[in-house]
Design a protein. Structure first.
Length: 551
């Protein structure tokens, strides 16, 4: 008998070398048995909490939420999610509780297994107060999720609810979290709870202010202002410093955001005006139909997308890439036809040219209105131009970003054409001295036609870009023709670098004036300042050099 006990003891020590005696081993075994024995009780508690949802009573629903959170069963997470989305269904007579996932499949809330929906189910109701409680409970339950996105979302939910009961779960999650972004969200959620808890020591609340004010956003400053309304005197200096710190960062960020909006507007003006800078600079023609070339490019984009929708929907993300060359050639061909058919007979007569091109613009508008109708047409955004991202707190939409990149690309390609091709050389020669260029054998008539076609083609591809940020209608071009002339005159007639600087300058100036003067009055102020500038510098920022120009 003693030999048998000795063998059991040796085996126990071999299994658990850290245990000093059989008594400790017995305690460990008893602990494990207690844990296993608690599983049925835990399941009973979970089922009892779910039963609270059967009564369709707000107090019982609140008790059910608290019970599911207290048990901490993983099966409770989709139940609370379904409750928040009105996907939790019950039948009191059958004591059935099920939920539907977002795909429509039905699951038993007690087991988490697929199940059939009960007969005549009712949806568990929520009010605003219960919705906040459910969001806080969901946040606390998903803090330890293996998915980092869910952990971060849970921390954000706790930050919004500031539920003190979630503090132990926050501390547990912080102890094991390794991802910096999720850890920061957890620290912020913990600071929000500590800061709003009057029973917390003052030193901890002051330290929480530092955590909250470490970064700037509206939610953080809203929290600090809320606490300020009922804060004790010892906490107010820290709160005031934190609020001032966030306000300064938000002001700087607002200025940077306005500057970005100005740059994006400037890129739009550059696209609309760069073609006009070529035709006006080389030919001296006041082309009032330039805006309609932009409109034509936008309608080409609409037609391409309609064809793709009906014939090859999988190519929709490439619709703009397909539209760019088509818009360039269509608008360019129309521009060449206008120059050859009308404008070449009116050189040297600017007033007649202005009236003729204005008539052409009306003709094109009415033609588009007759073919496509007077209403706006839908032009969709490809996937790569949808959504936005944050960059140092700035919200930058992909659509605007791609338009800025596209404007820079068009400007660079146009510079390459003007500086690196024979057509560009001839265009620059005609710009500086038309008579001398003609005497050297340059066909000025051909250069005029190609220049007008190039300017119109660039306006067409500008329409492709503008279709993503403006309404595609017969009046699309009218909104940009005046701004285009302002950009060309301000920058210097025929100077591309002047057009670039003028477009970006006017775009930023417009956005800086809008908060103070409004959109309409801001444009009027810009126009007045531009008129005063032209009085002092008639040739614009960058005047062209040349004998003919200086005469």
């Amino acid at each position: 008998m003693n030999h048998r006990h000795t063998t059991l003891r040796d085996r126990a020590r071999a299994i658990a070398p850290g245990l000093a005696s059989p008594a400790l081993l017995a305690l460990a075994i008893l602990f494990l048995l207690t844990c296993f024995a608690s599983l049925p009780a835990r399941a009973q508690d979970y089922n009892a909490a779910l039963d609270k949802f059967l009564s369709d009573s707000f107090p019982d629903t609140e008790a059910g939420i608290a019970g599911v959170q207290a048990v901490g069963d993983p099966r409770g997470v989709p139940v609370i999610e379904a409750l928040l989305d009105r996907r939790l269904l019950v039948n009191q007579a059958a004591k059935a509780i099920v939920y539907r996932d977002r795909a429509g499949a039905t699951f038993d809330a007690r087991t988490g297994e697929p199940a059939a929906a009960p007969d005549s189910p009712t949806t568990v109701r929520l009010n605003n107060r219960l919705r906040g409680i459910a969001q806080a409970a969901l946040g606390a339950m998903t803090l330890l999720s293996p998915d980092p996105t869910r952990r971060r979302q849970a921390a954000e939910a706790v930050f919004r609810s500031r539920d003190a009961s979630a503090l132990p779960a926050i501390d547990q999650a912080l102890a094991r979290e390794t991802l910096p972004s999720v850890r920061d969200a957890l620290r912020l959620a913990r600071a929000a709870i500590v800061l709003t808890d009057d029973a917390t020591p003052m030193a901890d609340r002051i330290a929480a202010v530092d955590v909250v004010s470490a970064s700037a956003d509206r939610d953080r400053i809203g929290l600090l202002r809320q606490v300020m309304n009922r804060a004790p005197a010892e906490l107010k200096p820290a709160l005031e410093a934190g609020i001032a710190k966030i306000e300064n960062v938000l002001k700087m960020r607002e200025i940077a955001q306005t500057f970005w909006f100005g740059l994006s507007l400037g890129s739009v003006l550059l696209l609309a005006a760069i073609g006009l800078a070529i035709t006006f600079g080389v030919m001296g023609v006041i082309n009032m139909a330039h805006g309609e070339m932009v409109m034509i490019g936008a309608y080409v984009t609409f037609m391409v997308q309609e064809t793709i929708r009906n014939s090859a929907p999988e190519l929709f993300d490439y619709s703009l890439l397909i539209s760019l060359p088509l818009a360039f050639f269509v608008a360019g061909a129309i521009g060449v036809a206008i120059e050859r058919g009308i404008i070449r007979f009116l050189y040297g007569r600017p007033l007649e040219t202005l009236l003729a091109t204005f008539g052409v613009s009306l003709f094109l508008q009415q033609g588009v209105r007759t073919i496509f109708g007077p209403t706006n047409r839908e032009v969709g955004a490809p996937g790569f131009m949808s959504g936005y991202f944050e960059f140092f707190g700035l919200q930058i939409t992909y659509g605007r970003l791609w338009i800025v990149v596209f404007a820079i690309f068009v400007f660079a390609m146009l510079l390459l054409v003007l500086k690196g091709t024979s057509l560009g050389l001839h265009m620059r020669a005609v710009t500086q001295n038309r008579r001398m260029a003609a005497s050297m054998g340059i066909r000025t008539g051909f250069v005029d036609a190609m220049t007008f076609g190039l300017g119109s083609g660039i306006a067409g591809i500008a329409g492709v870009a503008l279709s993503q940020i403006d309404n595609v209608s017969p009046n699309l071009g009218q909104g940009y023709i005046i701004d285009s002339f302002m950009v060309v005159v301000f920058g210097g007639v025929g100077n591309l670098w002047g057009t670039l600087v003028a477009a970006l300058s006017l775009g930023v100036a417009n956005k800086l004036l809008e908060p103070f003067a409004g959109a309409v009055l801001g444009k009027i102020l810009i126009l007045v300042l531009l008129i005063l500038f032209i009085q002092k510098r008639p040739r614009g920022l960058f005047a062209l050099k040349g004998r003919a120009v200086e005469q």
